[in-house]
Design a protein around this ligand. Structure first.
Ligand SMILES: [Zn+2]
Length: 174
C-alpha cells in the first residue's frame, strides 16, 4: 500500500480495479497479452465478476496455456510493476512487460510438463476443491504479506490473524 490515493501511473484516483484493469497504462498491458478475443464485458464487469469469469475461462491462448493462467500471471505482473513503480521508482513500458508475462507463462507451463503435473484449476467447478479447512480449537490462522524497497532500504509487512474457524481476530502491520 502507498501513502497516497492517486495512481502512480496516471495520477487518477486509484481503486483496485483501476490498479489492475482500468488504468490507461494497464489497458495497454491487457491489449498486449494474447487472447483471441477479449470479450466486450472485459472492461465493464465489477471486480468479483471480472475475476471469476476470467479465472473460469479455459480458452487456450496461442497453444501456450489456459487463459485463466495467463490472466492470473498478468494481474500479478501488473501489481508487482505498480509496486516497483511506487517503491523502487522502476518504470518500464507496457510493451516491455508483456513479453515478460509470456515468458513467465512459458516457464510455468514448461515446469509443469517436466514435472508431469497438471494445472490445477482451483476455481473450476469440476476440479478438486483446494481450500483452507477449519483447524482444531485453539489454533489460529495467520495470513501475511510483505514488501521491501531496495532503493529506500525499507521493509514493511502486515498480518491478519483469524481463529480456528476463520473468524477475524486482529490485524497489524509494521
Ligand atoms: Zn492509473
Amino acid at each position: 500500500m502507498a501513502d497516497f490515493a492517486d495512481c502512480p501511473r496516471c495520477n487518477k484516483l486509484e481503486s483496485t480495479l483501476h490498479a489492475i484493469r482500468d488504468c490507461p497504462w494497464v489497458l495497454l498491458v491487457w491489449h498486449g497479452v494474447p487472447k483471441s478475443q477479449i470479450p466486450s464485458t472485459f472492461f465493464c464487469d465489477n471486480l468479483q465478476d471480472w475475476c471469476c469469469s476470467n479465472l473460469f475461462c479455459s480458452d487456450q491462448v496461442l497453444g501456450l496455456a489456459e487463459w485463466s493462467l495467463v490472466f492470473g500471471i498478468t494481474i500479478d505482473a501488473i501489481w508487482r510493476n505498480r509496486n516497483q513503480w511506487i517503491f523502487d521508482n522502476l518504470r518500464i513500458s507496457p510493451h516491455h512487460l508483456c513479453p515478460k508475462i509470456l515468458a513467465r507463462c512459458r516457464c510455468i507451463v514448461k515446469a509443469m510438463r517436466q514435472e508431469n503435473t497438471t494445472f490445477v484449476r482451483i476455481f473450476h467447478p469440476n476440479s478438486p476443491l483446494i481450500r483452507w479447512f477449519p483447524r482444531e480449537e485453539g489454533w489460529v490462522k495467520i495470513n501475511l504479506d510483505g514488501a521491501y524497497s531496495v532503493s529506500a532500504n525499507l521493509a514493511s509487512c502486515g498480518r491478519v490473524v483469524r481463529d480456528h474457524l476463520g473468524a477475524f481476530l486482529f490485524a497489524y502491520a509494521n
